[in-house]
Write a protein that binds this ligand. Sequence first.
Ligand SMILES: [Zn+2]
Length: 203
Amino acid sequence: MGKERCRCCGMEDQKRDHVFVELADGSMICGECAGRVRILYPKSFTWVNVYYSGDTDDDYASDEDTRWIDPLSDISFEAFQTALKRADEERIARKSRYGESKAYFNVDEISRVIKYPGKGRKVATDEYVVTGTVLLGTVDSTGVISVARKEKTFTKDIKRVETPHANSSVMENAAFISEGCCGGLILDGDAPYIYPGDILAID
Ligand SMILES: [Zn+2]
């Protein structure tokens, strides 16, 4: 693939360390411009079971692969331009719905971080990961989560954040999780007051 130029902002691909997105009409959009409409067009992934047969000793061995679905690949540049405006409106609507925190995060699940040091060993760490999607704003390791319950409001520092690798669901450390994107918030110790479906306020 040659040098691409973002049809939205004119930047060339060398200038930014972001993956370009190809729209339905072939227009190339830089990651930063695409990020401005992720609030309306979040990327998602689906699990695909891959079965091996004949290549391995175990014919029934299977593995899970990830396929990313990017709804931006289904829209034209004209629709993208409209989406930029609609995204601003959606941002304002979400602010009035959720509140004035810097970011909001929708929880899919919370689980303990397990490490696999090799030789089939499995070690439970003291870390917990909250996976989900950023509904509004950007989330990084300086964030503090707050969850309001009837009895009190609980707070917890974010230790670091992870995002899925572009070509798989393997999570890796990241500087931040962008608006409309999925990822994991790593916490030191458990947070029994966080449940799937919660919308976390993050400041
Ligand atoms: Zn751009």
